[in-house]
Write a protein that binds this ligand. Structure first.
Ligand SMILES: NC(=O)c1ccc[n+]([C@@H]2O[C@H](COP(=O)([O-])OP(=O)(O)OC[C@H]3O[C@@H](n4cnc5c(N)ncnc54)[C@H](OP(=O)(O)O)[C@@H]3O)[C@@H](O)[C@H]2O)c1
Length: 445
């Protein structure tokens, strides 16, 4: 067997510790699959003396000098499991420029400044793999990057954040409000002490950027992604969705198609939306992730599994370690990106979708015609209108809330800007007491 391949592990937390454990437990199989044994050259951490719970590794390998470890001549592969933009970017650029293979789980860095990493990898001919950065254990980036290279991907729709999926699933199952469901998620360890990155959609937006880049051969960064979180989703929204045979999910959507001038462009967005209960993504419960891919020749594909957690994420990291190690032994590399298409990114105002709007209105003759007139003026076509029962609007009677009637309107597909203008004009009408909710509807209700 050839000489061992030497790994620099950066980070030994939730993901890193599982990687260390699996490297130990599966050493013989990994060596056989790669054709050379793997050895840990060092593990960079922040707190050198921290109790690591009896990890099967020599305590001498721990260091707080991550950059020094990356620079060592006896390191072949750098595996980054720390997170954040800096100093991770500096470490990885240093590794790639030196021709070392890099495996990273760092979605934030890839979405913020993936271009810098891809450029460094291309310049030196080094491998850059990042399967664990999106949807944890689910093999997703490799299929997009390799298996579907002969096809044209038209749309990627995903549930890529386990915390928000747990919260929305709990709201759907129990009728709880957002705050109550978030408390439950925190108690059970599904939400972090500061849940902002999850509930405001930042985490999903980073993953959306990575998915869109791979699907459409275009550099997309987190700043290009339109983002709304789930903090405004109410129990009444969930009840309205149920009344329509829908459930609410935080979706990341990346799609390609013609813009208003007919030019091919892409749209990347993250927001809570109603989807029909018959849609494959509707049954994705708890903290699971799933991604629905539509391609011109392949048709519809669904990827499902655990999107986070130490072992599931370590599985994806180790899959990449095996791939880059084999490449090193064979003296080849796999390009980390393909950005030749460089498609323009459509503004959110041009994103076309359907809407569910719930209005508290005065119960007078002519109200419906006035409301319909506003939609018509903005060329938003109405698909259905119904007067909601008190219970389907959230369990509080209209009389108790000082309103006369609740109108629930579902539109046909319309540009986001037209819908925004419609809602703004409705807000000005004195017959509209309030706009109880505006939610996008995806997945062909
Ligand atoms: N957790 C998941 O389920 C999951 C899923 C997918 C992707 N990811 C990604 O995987 C990465 C790691 O996540 P995690 O959950 O494992 O994080 P974590 O549990 O917080 O662990 C972070 C590790 O990085 C070390 N570290 C922090 N700052 C450092 C520095 N300046 N120099 C050297 N080491 C430093 C920490 O050292 P100490 O141990 O000494 O504190 C710790 O070992 C992130 O990019 C995350 O987005 C995580």
């Amino acid at each position: 067997m050839t000489r061992p391949l030497r790994l620099a592990l950066l980070g030994c937390g939730t993901v890193g510790a599982e990687v260390v454990r699996l490297l130990h437990e599966q050493a013989a199989d990994l060596a056989a699959r790669i054709g050379a044994p793997l050895e840990i050259a060092g593990i960079a951490v922040r707190r050198q003396g921290r109790d690591r719970g009896g990890l099967p590794v020599d305590p001498e390998v721990f260091t707080t000098d991550a950059l020094g470890l990356v620079k060592r001549d006896d390191v072949d592969v750098v595996v980054e499991m720390v997170g954040g933009i800096e100093p991770a970017r500096t470490w990885l650029v240093e590794a790639l420029r030196a021709g070392k293979s890099v495996v990273t789980a760092n979605k934030a860095l890839l979405a913020e400044d993936g271009g810098t990493l891809h450029d460094a990898a291309a310049e030196s001919g080094a491998d850059l793999y990042y399967e664990a950065s999106v949807a944890g254990a689910i093999p997703l980036l490799r299929p997009l990057r390799e298996s579907l290279q002969g096809d044209t991907i038209t749309r990627v729709t995903g549930i890529v954040n386990g915390t928000t999926n747990f919260i929305l699933s709990a709201m759907d199952a129990t009728g709880a409000g957002f705050a109550e469901a978030l408390d439950e998620a925190t108690e059970l360890g599904y939400a972090e002490a500061d849940p902002t990155a999850d509930v405001e959609g930042f985490d999903a937006a980073a993953k959306a950027a990575i998915l869109a880049s791979l699907a459409f051969h275009t550099r997309v960064s987190a700043a290009d992604v339109y983002r709304e979180g789930i903090t405004e989703v109410t129990a009444a929204d969930v009840a309205s969705a149920k009344a329509m045979g829908c459930t609410i999910k935080l979706l990341c959507i990346a799609s390609r198609g013609p813009d208003s001038t007919g030019a091919e462009s892409i749209s990347v967005r993250v927001y809570p939306a109603m989807i029909p209960r018959s849609h494959p993504l509707a049954s994705v419960g708890d903290a699971f992730n799933a991604v629905f891919v539509e391609a011109a020749a392949a048709g519809q594909l669904m990827f499902y599994g655990r999107g986070a957690g130490g072992s599931p994420t370590a599985s994806a990291v180790l899959g990449d370690v095996v791939a880059v190690s084999r490449n090193r032994l064979a003296g080849v590399r796999t390009p980390s990106e393909s950005s030749y298409a460089a498609l323009p990114i459509r503004p959110m105002g041009e994103a076309v979708t359907r809407y569910h709007i719930s209005l508290d209105v005065a119960d007078r003759a002519g109200v419906l015609a006035t409301v319909a007139g506003v939609f018509a003026r903005h060329e938003v076509s109405i698909a259905t209108v119904r007067q909601a029962s008190a219970s389907s609007a959230g369990g509080t009677s209209p009389a108790a809330r000082g309103v006369d009637a609740i109108l629930v309107i579902v539109t046909h597909a319309a540009p986001d800007a037209a819908l925004a203008a419609t809602v703004e004009e409705l807000r000005q009408l004195d017959i509209v007491r309030s706009i109880a909710s505006v939610l996008r509807v995806e997945g062909g209700v």
